[in-house]
Ligand binder design. Structure first.
Ligand code: SF4
Length: 235
């Protein structure tokens, strides 16, 4: 596998065909799996992009495992979908959740802290417990205003590689893949949601920005929970 570095992401997003992007994603996963074996782990958020990545990873090897970070605030539909995914892939997906007590409505008063506790912290636990050397995400650079500077292969924490195999995909191509390969998706998309998170922080939105419905009315609006930016290897 090539070392982390820069490729002209924007050029590739605009010039590769759907089929070339699928090929490229599979190749990235194959190379990473060859290098990391069972230390390659998929972070499955249960969103549409993660469903693609999970399916691609299973095509590379049905031995590839993953983890799901869930919170007390996930919608019922997401919790049901999570259970269905666990049943479809018995023993392959581990759940991580932080159930410590937090101030009521922290998602309103301090959403950064709330995400740090309920999303980033369990991600750290997953990486530590599963001895992850390379974690795989469904991050896409066309998904929102804060996702344009990522690379397919990154080393934000020293010693921990992050692979973003569908970084170059458009939203349309995600749906194209799910439809062509008959991959199940969270039923909330049928209601009009385009990006899914916790109930209090997710709304149906329209317009160009796919993540515009996230954290509406807060400083985090359209932003990120933090797992892609904060240190994950903390001793
Ligand atoms: S998305 Fe909202 S409820 Fe969920 S962890 Fe972040 S701030 Fe809290």
């Amino acid at each position: 596998m090539k070392s982390p570095g820069s490729v002209d992401v924007k050029h590739l997003v605009e010039n590769l065909t759907f089929a070339q992007k699928v090929e490229r994603s599979l190749r990235l996963l194959e190379e990473a799996y060859e290098e990391y074996g069972d230390r390659l782990v998929v972070a499955n958020s249960l969103g549409k992009d993660s469903c693609v990545v999970w399916d691609l990873a299973q095509r590379v090897s049905s031995d590839i495992g993953g983890f799901i970070v869930t919170t007390r605030f996930k919608p019922t539909e997401t919790k049901t979908f999570m259970q269905e995914e666990m049943d479809r892939y018995p023993g392959m997906l581990k759940i991580f959740e932080n159930d410590e007590e937090i101030p009521a409505q922290l998602y309103k008063t301090d959403p950064e802290r709330c995400c740090e506790l309920l999303k980033v912290q369990p991600t750290r636990w997953a990486i530590e417990e599963m001895k992850v050397g390379c974690w795989v995400t469904g991050l896409r650079c066309t998904e929102g205003r804060m996702r344009t500077e990522f690379q397919e292969l990154e080393e934000r924490d020293e010693g921990l590689i992050k692979l973003n195999p569908v970084l170059l995909w458009y939203e349309r191509e995600v749906w194209e893949y799910l439809a062509l390969h008959r991959v199940p998706a969270n039923p909330l998309y049928a209601q009009g949601y385009r990006s899914l998170g916790c109930s209090p922080c997710t709304a149906i939105s329209t317009g160009a920005d796919e993540r515009a419905g996230r954290w509406i009315g807060t400083s985090k609006c359209g932003g990120e929970c933090g797992i892609h930016r904060r240190p994950l290897l903390v001793s």
